[in-house]
Ligand binder design. Structure first.
Ligand code: F3S
Length: 286
């Protein structure tokens, strides 16, 4: 049996940068208490290792209040934060280290500039995802969040207005294209800025290619990781026998003799060692 591991599997550049940033702070003698605003990545192993090294996760804007007057450092993760949270963090007096991914920052800039020009903004993504909450906060005017083609069909707003449409960086690119087509067909005057990041694009394209020829497919990623779940959706569409796991312990492979090719891919917050463990297990046991 053959096993193919996607080349674009695991940590993307933005996540690598964010995680490295926290470890760099741990190594500093002058960082004081170290906090991250939200778990730095959707991976329990990494987050618990950081916790053991004294890094605390701040979960909400209410928690930020409690940090006022303390000495220390807070790291903003790759998803970015809302403008309100950013202002609240600045008020604490903590040293802020911003690890927001440049691809996310670009979206903040696009929506701020476009909305200042008077355009209404449409964000294609999950409304309650921290990245999307951050993006929305940079809009100065009307903003809509829609989760894909079905919501695009139902969208019934003023067609006289000008719109700019962006996407959450990890959105499913096929669904994004479908969504764009619907808006165009429904007569909206819409400026499309495809903000799906390269890392996501490459990861999804390769996953789809592998899943199309695989008899079974394994997607490794955190349960709360939006890009991993989208990767699972894409693979499942091409390969009915697709497994979504966080670690090797979740994997209960049931392969028949007919299975000739197993594909493996992983979300942006999956460390290399987990991918290797899964790969070794499949190679040695089947
Ligand atoms: Fe950045 Fe894309 Fe990763 S937006 S954090 S490089 S998935």
């Amino acid at each position: 049996m053959e096993v193919i591991v996607a080349q674009h599997a695991g940590f993307c550049f933005g996540v690598t940068k964010a995680v490295d940033t926290v470890y760099e702070q741990i190594d500093r003698t002058d960082a004081g208490n170290i906090y991250t605003y939200g778990p730095i990545i959707h991976n329990e192993t990494v987050v618990s290792d950081l916790e053991k090294k004294g890094v605390r996760v701040i979960e909400s804007e209410a928690d930020i209040e409690g940090l006022k007057g303390q000495k220390g450092t807070i790291v903003i993760r790759s998803h970015g934060v809302t403008r309100k949270a950013q202002a609240a963090l600045e008020e604490t007096g903590l040293n802020i280290v911003d690890a927001t991914c440049p691809f996310v920052k670009r979206i903040h800039k696009v929506v701020a500039e476009e909305s200042q020009k008077g355009k209404s903004i449409i964000v294609v993504g999950s409304a309650n995802h921290p990245e999307v909450e951050g993006i929305v906060s940079y809009v100065q005017g009307k903003v809509y969040v829609i989760d894909g083609p079905e919501s695009a069909e139902k969208f019934d707003e003023n067609r006289e207005l000008d719109y700019t449409l962006v996407a959450q960086t990890t959105f499913n690119k096929k669904k994004f294209q479908e969504t764009v087509e619907i808006f165009k067909n429904n007569g909206y005057n819409i400026n499309i800025v495809n903000t799906i990041c390269n890392a996501t694009d490459e990861r999804q394209t390769e996953a789809e290619e592998i899943a199309s020829k695989a008899d079974a497919m394994i997607v490794i990623g955190g349960a709360h990781s939006s890009n991993s779940r989208k990767l699972y959706e894409i693979c499942k569409e091409k390969c009915a026998d697709t497994y979504f796991i966080q670690t090797l312990e979740d994997l209960h492979l049931n392969l028949t003799e007919n299975v000739k090719l197993v594909g493996i891919t992983a979300g942006a917050s999956t460390p290399k060692n987990i991918i290797e463990e899964v790969q070794n297990y499949v190679r040695t046991n089947f």
